[in-house]
Design a protein around this ligand. Structure first.
Ligand code: TPP
Ligand code: MG
Length: 1055
């Protein structure tokens, strides 16, 4: 109420001149547009909102300013209206193009007769200007509270900062030109339909209006929602915020909050007592997070949600696992014991591990599945992964509207505003093939990021401002007011269930300790921490207030506390009996049934029936079935015809090879999803998986979705222009179900580095850290083709450098050599040179009895290269992926006479064969293609080298020497040629261990074998390729051609 008086008393100042008066005074002085205001151009007629409803007055004002600057910038109807108004015409008249009134709107005239109290009312039927002005002013004030009330809400439990980093009261809240007097405070004003503060009352005294607005918008909840451009959604929120007594809850509900807060607080206290010097990133200062999450879950389960996928940072993670997911406390406590793992993998620190729990929600009595996705230290990196996993779960459940599965993302204040991936993830939220139909974001806003104050960590007022871009309502709430927190949690859950859009809860709180428990916060935030030290913990405050209210007794409070401590002590005793930890207990994506009963070293065949090839080939090359109506582009018609001709000749090119792989998988019930920038057509216009009707907008036809009536779904989707977000999303998607081929394609391979964190932290090391597998495929266009530095290299050297196989270890040769290698490595890196091999390697992803990520370099010029074709013979039953394609030409028949054996990878093979032919050296130089670079095909390299005993062995690459595969292959060639070297022993835990954890006891790390070479002189590999360079490629075409010529000369030189 204090501010209401302040407002009333300080009703002065020029700002207030602008609202209302210009509309209503007949002789208005020309108002001045706001300094710095952008000129906006309004060229469409106003049809969406009626005049002067709650959200249109700002619009009208904007329009007026635009009109002032340039009358032609507004619609002609507004032009005439403003002109009329200025020229002393009727003060108010409806603009001509107004839409009919909606459910929640009233005409301005309806306000006027209902004037009560003193002041200027209607005199003799005429309405005074003051009456109209005053009513408009009341409307404007209501609206101002709705828009800006949050700026002055008491959000900070410390009372130091303003959550929006601005202590000032926005002048917009103080409309000063209406000249209210103290006597006006008791005048009644009819309430507009865009407010719900009246409840059943249609009019209220000004004093009461202001009081209610203060209570609603300026107490412990600050809500930002008026930027949402849907009147329905704004009203929906207004109703849940403004309705009198809306926040009243029952004593039972209060006791439930107290019990939950007690557990949250007790958990941290217990850890602090037992492991005082261990880092755990405690939640102290924002313990309300736990009751808040539980409230979100309860309400969402009430509304039909059955599965929740969560992503969160370090802060409070153990508490979430214990008290939200109800992970057994003893499992959590064993993480502190420094025990060795019973199963394999390299593991991760306790505050990064994931979990998966299925349990009964005791409040709603419904079953619920909760997964917390494992994450690296890299803040916010898990966001897109959670979304992908959620989307996939929705997909497999047929939950097209997200009613059963939802995602919850937790954030820190500094990370939420600082990390770009938050934005990239948010921008997926409404895309048809990426939406999860609304995410509930909860920010643990402790007003500090490690040692950095918010004023140094963000330029936006709130740490949540990124969410405004997707029109998500944002609820800032003082975390020391548990009931306000629960209220916004309910609204958030209902919002998501109603509108299926994102929503943000900003828990404005503090951090009682340093960044972690060992840190000294007084070094950097002395004043803040002086205050924190004096502050009563949230639990104490709430229990005291409930005792005062008579909801609980002090004895009951103590009892709840003691009981929880006893639970913790018992779990602690149980944990002490454990001798090992199990990484599998921390798996976030269990694939029940996938591994059981499988021979872990048996790969299913990848060759398929001729009939299937024919069928898919024809369907993929056909016009839509309703071809007479569906107008296809002439160029596409030609492409389809060329495809059909190839199929007739039992031949495939790149696009057909890919389509055959996808088509044969969907035929077998395997869902295929291809996502990335412009993947539908293909960056290089080779794919065309979506045909567009040339005359009907959005009418499309997807051949691969129309192969078989009972096929699995095929999804192909152009993504937003993001790598970090989209790659993360697809990785998450791939984690949900192993029986799906999930593919992300980079526009050019080099763009993968903007998703480096997903590659380093998740794809290459996810299995080792979190015993979680993924068969994700990354298609990375790669090759030096004179397109300049940025479109040449996928930086294959980096992927290879991260491969976990030992360069000095030649695994034992056996029938299972290839699959065992695949099993033991962290990911596969390949660069195919034929469409058939592309076909096989894609199918092999599913044929494997386990899942490994596949980094697949893809060609550009080969997409149309006449020689880069394969025959059906290379794909039919009995054929398989070729890790190495050996020389098959005249040199193979002249093995003893071959002087040079070149190994290469990718499209450069075609350049080498051409150069060799031109020089007439086809009998002298053998060229073998290494299609799978990692795991390294030791056995086949050895065999190929042995076949040409008199040849010098070379690795030839088009990349620069410090790039490309050279540094990876060189030591491995030596090992292949000389056998295992005794440099070190393979790491048995890493390479074989995971295997046993899944398949039970069958280890795959045998002893190194003795050198196999019988040659007297040790052979070694030599390098052919470009010299070292900083850049992947020259930018000059001429220089490029010179380099190519030199490369060809080197490759074909016999001296
Ligand atoms: C991408 C990334 N950069 C830097 C860090 C190092 N780091 C760890 S916590 C932290 C501060 C996080 O602040 P905030 O998001 O507010 O969370 P809080 O710790 O306050 O809960 C930083 C900078 C990190 N983990 N991830
Ligand atoms: Mg913080």
């Amino acid at each position: 109420m204090h501010r209401a008086h302040t407002i009333y008393k300080t009703l002065t100042g020029p700002q207030g001149q602008r609202m209302g008066a210009w509309l209503l005074t007949k002789k208005s002085t020309a108002p001045v547009a706001c300094a710095g205001q952008q000129l906006r151009v309004y060229t469409t007629p106003v049809t969406s909102e009626p005049f002067l409803n709650g959200s249109s007055s700002a619009y009208v004002e904007d329009m007026y300013n635009a009109w002032l600057a340039d009358p032609s910038s507004v619609h002609v109807s507004w032009d005439s209206f403003f002109r009329n108004s200025q020229e002393g015409g009727p003060g108010y008249q409806s603009p001509p193009s107004l839409a009919p009134m909606g459910r929640n709107e009233m005409s301005i005239a309806s306000f006027l007769p209902a004037v009560g109290g003193g002041g200027g009312g209607a005199v003799g039927g005429a309405i005074s200007e003051k009456t109209i002005d005053d009513h408009l002013a009341v409307q404007a004030i209501i609206r101002s509270y709705q828009i800006r009330g949050h700026h002055i809400a008491k959000l900070d439990p410390l009372g130091i900062n303003s959550a929006d980093l601005d202590d000032k009261t926005p002048p917009e809240l103080l409309y000063s030109h209406y000249n209210f007097e103290e006597t006006d405070m008791d005048r009644s004003f009819k309430l507009p339909s865009t407010t719900f503060i009246g409840g059943k009352d249609k009019q209220l005294p000004l004093r009461e209006i202001l009081r209610r607005l203060e209570l609603t918008y300026c107490r412990h909840i600050g809500v930002e929602f008026m930027f949402i451009n849907s009147l329905e959604q704004c009203n929906w929120i207004r109703e849940r915020m403004e309705t009198p007594d809306i926040m009243k809850i029952s004593p039972e509900q209060k006791r439930l909050i107290l019990a939950r807060l007690t557990r949250a607080t007790g958990f941290e206290a217990f850890l602090a007592k037992k492991w005082s010097s261990e880092k755990r990133f405690g939640l102290e200062g924002c313990e309300i997070l736990i009751p808040a999450m539980k409230q979100v879950i309860d309400r969402s389960t009430d509304l039909g949600v059955e599965s929740i996928v969560m992503g969160m940072p370090h802060r409070g993670r153990l508490n979430v696992l214990a008290n939200v997911c109800r992970k057994p406390l003893s499992q959590i406590f064993t993480q502190f014991a420094g025990l060795e793992a019973e199963d394999d993998g390299s593991g991760d620190v306790k505050y990064h591990l994931g979990t998966y729990i299925e349990r009964l929600n005791r409040v709603t009595n419904k079953n619920i599945r909760l997964a917390v996705v494992a994450n690296p230290s890299h803040l916010e990196a898990v966001d897109p992964i959670v979304q992908g996993k959620t989307r996939a779960e929705q997909f497999y459940r047929g939950d097209g509207e997200g009613k059963k599965v939802m995602s919850v993302l937790l954030h820190g204040d500094a990370a939420f505003s600082g990390q770009g991936v938050v934005f990239e993830t948010m921008h997926l939220s409404d895309l048809p093939e990426y939406t999860t139909h609304g995410t509930i974001h909860i920010v643990v806003n402790n007003q500090v990021g490690f040692t950095t104050d918010p004023r140094h960590s963000r330029s936006s007022p709130y740490c949540t401002d990124v969410a405004r871009v997707v029109n998500a309502p944002i609820f800032h709430v003082n975390a020391d007011d548990p009931e306000s927190v629960m209220h916004v949690c309910n609204i958030a859950a209902e919002w998501r269930a109603t509108f299926h859009k994102d929503v943000v809860i900003d828990l404005v709180s503090y951090r009682r300790n340093g960044h972690n428990e060992i840190d000294e916060p007084m070094f950097t935030q002395p004043l803040m921490y002086k205050k924190i030290k004096k502050l009563k913990p949230g639990l104490d405050k709430y229990s005291e207030s409930l005792i005062k209210e008579g909801v609980v007794t002090a004895a009951e409070v103590k009892d709840v506390k003691d009981k929880y401590e006893k639970i913790c002590e018992e779990a602690f005793d149980n944990a002490r009996k454990e001798t090992h930890i199990k990484y599998k207990d921390w798996l976030d994506s269990p694939w029940s049934g996938f591994f059981e009963g499988k021979d872990p070293l048996k790969v299913q065949p990848t060759g398929i029936k001729e009939d299937t090839l024919q069928h898919i080939g024809k369907r993929f090359s056909s016009l839509p079935p309703n071809a007479a109506e569906f107008v296809v582009h002439k160029g596409i018609e030609r492409i389809l015809k060329a495809r059909m001709d190839m199929v007739g000749k039992r031949t495939i090119d790149w696009a057909l090879g890919e389509a055959m792989a996808f088509g044969s998988l969907v035929k077998d019930g395997i869902h295929v999803r291809l996502s990335g920038q412009d993947v539908e057509r293909g960056t290089f216009s080779h794919r065309h998986h979506v045909l567009h009707h040339q005359n009907v907008d959005k009418a499309t036809y997807k051949p691969l979705s129309n192969l078989y009536p009972d096929q699995a779904p095929y999804t192909v989707c152009n993504s937003s222009l993001s790598e970090y977000g989209v790659l993360g999303f697809e990785l998450g998607y791939s984690m949900t179900n192993p029986n799906a081929l999930v593919i992300w394609e980079a526009q050019f391979g080099d763009f993968n580095n903007t998703a480096q964190c997903i590659i380093d932290q998740f794809i290459s090391s996810g299995q080792a850290k979190w015993v979680r597998q993924s068969g994700l495929v990354c298609l990375l266009p790669h090759a030096l083709e004179g397109m300049g530095p940025e479109h040449s290299s996928a930086r294959v050297e980096r992927f290879l450098q991260m491969c976990s196989d030992d360069p000095d270890y030649f695994p034992p040769e056996s029938e299972e050599f290839a699959v065992r290698q695949l099993h033991d490595i962290n990911w596969i890196v390949a660069n195919c040179s034929t469409p058939a091999n592309l076909f096989h390697i894609l199918r092999r992803q599913i044929a494997l009895p386990f899942r490994k990520p596949l980094i697949l370099l893809t060609p550009k010029s080969l997409l149309r290269h006449p020689e880069a074709r394969s025959s059906f013979d290379e794909m039919v039953e009995g054929t398989e992926f070729q890790r190495i394609i050996p020389e098959k030409g005249p040199a193979a028949a002249n093995a003893q006479g071959v002087k040079k054996l070149l190994f290469c990878s990718g499209k450069v093979y075609y350049d080498f064969t051409k150069a060799r032919k031109e020089k007439g050296l086809e009998k002298d130089i053998a060229i073998a293609r290494m299609e799978q670079v990692s795991p390294f095909p030791y056995d086949l390299v050895k065999a190929e080298c042995a076949k040409y005993p008199n040849a010098k062995v070379f690795w030839a690459q088009e990349e620069h020497k410090n790039q490309g595969p050279w540094t990876y292959v060189q030591p491995r060639f030596d090992t292949a040629l000389s056998g295992s070297r005794d440099v070190n022993r393979p790491n048995a835990t890493e390479s074989g261990g995971w295997f046993s954890s899944i398949f039970g006891g069958r280890k795959s790390a045998p002893e190194p074998i003795a050198p196999a070479s019988t040659e007297t002189k040790p052979r070694t590999v030599c390098y052919i390729g470009r010299a070292t360079a900083a850049s992947p490629s020259t930018g000059s075409k001429a220089q490029h051609m010179k380099e190519v010529a030199q490369l060809m000369a080197d490759a074909t030189a016999l001296k």
